[in-house]
Write a protein that binds this ligand. Sequence first.
Ligand code: C2E
Ligand code: MG
Ligand code: MG
Ligand code: MG
Length: 294
Amino acid sequence: LSKVRVVMSPKVPTERAYQPKQPLLITKQELQRAIDENELVLHYQPKVEMQVSDSFPVTGCEALVRWNHAIHGMLFPDAFIEFAENEGLIGQLTEAVIKGAIAQQQHWRSLGIQCPISINLSPKNLTDLSLPNRLAFMLDEAGIERSLLVAEITEQAAMADPDMANEILTRLRIKRIDVSLDDFGSGYSSLAEVYRMPLCELKFDRSLVRDLDQNDDAKMVIKAQMALARSLGLIVCAEGIETLSTARFLQSIGCDRGQGYYYCKPLPSKEITEYLRLKVGKTNRKNARKADHG
Ligand code: C2E
Ligand code: MG
Ligand code: MG
Ligand code: MG
């Protein structure tokens, strides 16, 4: 029986505020059952347009997986993603996440809400050359526009095998699925290495963004990187924005998009749907009416 020591998250209805260090044991069988019996749930965190007035329109949502565990409560991804990778279950887990995101899109379509969903791919997903085809097929079969699903890959995953990553990203782009480089700045890669990849968006890691309030050097670093990223034609998104001053600074240096508790925490399906109905639903419905009237 394979077991692993992981960190347990508290039973907070929406999101944790801190991370307790209580160890917890999960088994491969348990995770397999969770995948098979829909114990995995997706929460969604909005991504806002930072340069558009002060209304911050939502440009998309990121699907973040949680495990609604019968005994341990809501578990966060750092408690089981790595385990899933090591136990050979990440392919199935990613498939479940894709299905969940597609089902969410079908629900939103019935409500007239149009909002792209980003999903997170694991390093091991980037060794599966059939993934781009399968992803496109699943979207087509469900009747969901391919532009409504975006693939996020981490800098670390991309750098583990750059040639392979490039091949998969290229295949995704050929299928008209956008790709975003996540956690940029958390590792050792530089823009000199990522500019060859067919990316649409670059997400600056929380570790860089977090320091902006206290550290002027961090401001200079992110400012220079941002300018370079933009001149390479990449859309830039900052993650982990928690304060107004961080948001203001990022806005002032031309950051396109932002994500973080300052704007909105990841929300369960029902709540994000309500949120989007208020934020983007109105404009979509207006456009739909316009279209109806020719
Ligand atoms: P990530 O993709 O970089 O996602 C951002 C993480 O930061 C999320 O944590 C989110 O809840 C958290 N966050 C967002 N805004 C703030 C903020 O203002 N302050 C702070 N302190 N945190 C913020 P979460 O949901 O625990 O996810 C952690 C990581 O797990 C993700 O990092 C992603 O790499 C991975 N992950 C999540 N869902 C999936 C999935 O479906 N598949 C795979 N393979 N990995 C996933
Ligand atoms: Mg992500
Ligand atoms: Mg991220
Ligand atoms: Mg991150």
